[in-house]
Write a protein that binds this ligand. Sequence first.
Ligand code: ARG
Length: 357
Amino acid sequence: MRQKWNVLLLVVLLGCCGVVLGQGSSSVTDVSPPSVSFICGTRPQIPITFGLARRFVESPIARPNFRSEIVKKFDGDPDLRPLTPSSLGSLLPQQADFSSFRPDSYTVQVYNGVVSIKSSWPWMALLGEENNPRAPWFCDGVLINEQWVLTAAHCIIEKVPHVVRLGEHDLSSTHASNHQDYYVKKFVFHPDYDHKQVYHDLALIQLKQRVSITGSIRPVCLPWGSHPLPATGSLLTLTGWGGTYYNGPRSDVLQEASLYLLPASKCVAGYSTLHDYAQKYPKGITSDLLCIGDTDGQGQDACQGDSGGPVMHRRNNKYYLSGIVSLGYGCGKPEFPGIYASVHHSPDLAWIKRVAF
Ligand code: ARG
C-alpha cells in the first residue's frame, strides 16, 4: 500500500469532479437482495480433455493433495478420450475449476499463479488516467452491475480514474480483445475510509453510460442476504493485472491465483511486528478485513497493481465477490498474507447497496 499520501491532491480532488465523500450513513445495514435482477457471476466454459486435465493437475492451481492422486489415476493411460468433471469423479475437489485454466501456459501469474483464459473473468475492470497515454492503468476494479464498479479507496486517493476498461484480457494486444472503455461519471469513497488506516478500503465508481452485458462483460455476484462468508480454510480465487513480483511491472495478461481464507490471527501475527501497526491498524484486524494467503508454500499472493480487484468464491456455479485487494507487505511472503476489504461485512455491503443499487 502506498505510504505517502498527497494531501494537496486530495484537497483538490474533494473540491471538484463529482467526488462524493461519505454518502449515506454507515449505520444502516440492509443487505437484502436489491430489487433489480440481472445475470451475475457466470463465466464462459471451456471443454475439458484428457490432456487438459493432465496439464491442470501439473499446474500450480491444482493443489498437491489431490495432484498426486489424479496423476496416479491417469499415468500410463495414453488414451486421449475427453473427460468431463463427472468422469473425474470424486478425485477433483469441489473447488477445482477447469474453466479458469489456460492449458498451454501456466507459468507465473498474480504472484506465482497462472495466466487466465481470455475473457474468463468478465467482471474484471481496469482504472485508467486520462492524461497518461503510456501507462494509463493504475488499479483494478470489479463490475457489480450495469453502471457501477467497485475498487479500493486507496487507488483513487492519488490518481483520478477517468476511464474504466471492461472486457480486457491482454493489455499488449489491441485487436485480440473485445474490451470497451467507459468514462467515469463520479466516484464515491466509503464513508468510514481514512487513508491513514487500513479499514473500509472501498470506493464505488459510476460509469457515464450503462454497460452492455455481453459474454465477455458481465457483473460479479455480491453476497446479498444471508450468504455466509466462506469458512476459514476455503479456497478463494484472486484475479488481476498486478505485478508478478514485488516492485515488478504490471502484467499485460490477466492473472489468477487460488488462495486460502486464513484466520485473522495469521495476519495479526505478521503485521503486528511492523513499526506502523498501531497507527495503521489501531483496531487490529477487524471483521471488515479478510486475511488471505497461501498455506502450502507456493507463494501465491496479490501484488502491486492488483489493488481494487476481486477475490471471489464459487457457489452454485456462480462467482461471488468476497473482498477487494487492499494491501500487503511485500508479495508472496508466507508471514504476511494479503489483506482485503471484506464485502461480507454487513455495513459495508449495505453501503454498496445504498450507493449503487
Ligand atoms: N496496495 C497494493 C496495490 O496498490 C496491493 C498490494 C497487495 N499486496 C499483497 N502482497 N497482497 O496494488
